[in-house]
Design a protein around this ligand. Structure first.
Ligand code: FES
Length: 160
């Protein structure tokens, strides 16, 4: 499983490959937003530009999915390492600094310490379930659905 190392918070959080960075952060109680984002954010649509993170290290290149078209537009005047958390999917372990626009007194030291500790590489696919999928839909294509029957009755009633 990939690990997201949140440098500001000093936390490592495990997630499934392909999970959305913003959703993992919110689930784990990691604060992504500054004051503006706390007062109102777009809920992950890539419109409010308040969920910045700075990618300060990767276990391998492409640890996050590539920049989306929204990010290309919205992050034109921001440093290259910045991403919108709501647009980034975690593929491999990664180090991020949340709220990079907010000062962090000993940022360089914290980032250096976080980089010094090895990150697991993480898989590139969802874990395979050991239990076979037993549940299949049991539907009879010849029997009408209950909703259709009700609709026919209602239609009949209107015509009468
Ligand atoms: S939550 Fe609004 S841009 Fe990411």
């Amino acid at each position: 499983m990939p690990v997201i190392r949140f440098v500001r918070e000093g936390r490592d959080v495990e997630c499934y490959p392909g999970e959305n960075l913003r959703e993992v952060a919110l689930r784990e109680g990691v604060e992504l937003y500054g004051l503006k984002g706390k007062l109102g954010n777009c809920g992950g649509c890539g419109q409010c530009i308040t969920c910045f993170v700075d990618v300060v290290g990767e276990s391998s290149p492409g640890s996050l999915s590539g920049r989306t078209a929204v990010e290309e537009q919205k992050l034109r005047r921001r440093p290259d390492g910045w991403r919108l958390a709501c647009q980034a999917l975690v593929q491999h372990s990664v180090l991020v600094l949340t709220r990079p626009q907010v000062g962090l007194g000993d940022a360089e030291q914290k980032i250096a310490a976080a980089r010094a500790e090895a990150l697991p590489a993480g898989p590139t696919a969802w874990p395979v379930s050991e239990q076979p999928a037993e549940q299949e839909l049991e539907t009879d294509p010849d029997s009408p659905a209950a909703g259709d029957t009700g609709r026919q009755s209602a239609t009949s009633g209107e015509e009468a």
